[in-house]
Design a protein around this ligand. Sequence first.
Ligand code: PGA
Length: 249
Amino acid sequence: MARRKIIAGNWKMNMTPSEAVALIETLKPLVATEEADVVFCVPAIDIIPAMEAAKGSNICIGAENMYFEEKGAYTGEISPNMLTDAGVKYVIIGHSERRQYFAETDETVNKKVLKAFEHGITPIICCGETLTQREQGVTIDFIRQQVKIALLGVSAEQAATAVIAYEPIWAIGTGKVATTEQAQEVCAAIRTCVGEIYDEATAAAIRIQYGGSVSASSAPELFAQPDIDGGLVGGAALKPDFGKIVNYK
Ligand code: PGA
């Protein structure tokens, strides 16, 4: 069975609650499609108004982060229950900005992935190499390690429903998109790695996105690759261009 494409926006730290509502109103008609899952991952404070604004549309509201504990003395964190109670179905885990600025590690990523599954939230698990790693020729080794640690303790049934976002760090927010060949090569390697951890069926089911300066012009070729099942889109997700990315064909 062909995998369904999943195109997700990562709003990062942009959009106040009222701006979020206005942007969703603008994008709603532009991202309408039956051919792909469309997810807007928004700042925590925007989740509830965004849910309300997206009602009756094909837009699914997701979160950008989540803590791995259930509740308690963790000032400033958001629990999985808070997300599910608000209707959230997807959460980005381990974005490179969280690894870089907020000290997330492969181990905390794994804890969050396990917790998300426990609560029925689909994790969008991010991985990606630095420019130095790419130049040193260790990209595939590095990505395999990130993926293997992120999926420790995750069952095959769960992994089959997960989303992995391959985002080369040097391509994020830089306008420097990976070539189609580079993106396909790493996404294929991730699928192979998932096949090694689990089995062929799990590898065939898991959805793998490319992220990093995806634009309306680069999306069609990227998303046509055999192992690229959509994208995680930052900057372009805040503009009407996101409609073109979603309807890339
Ligand atoms: P970008 O961000 O599309 O602005 O490069 C992608 C991401 O960080 O998810």
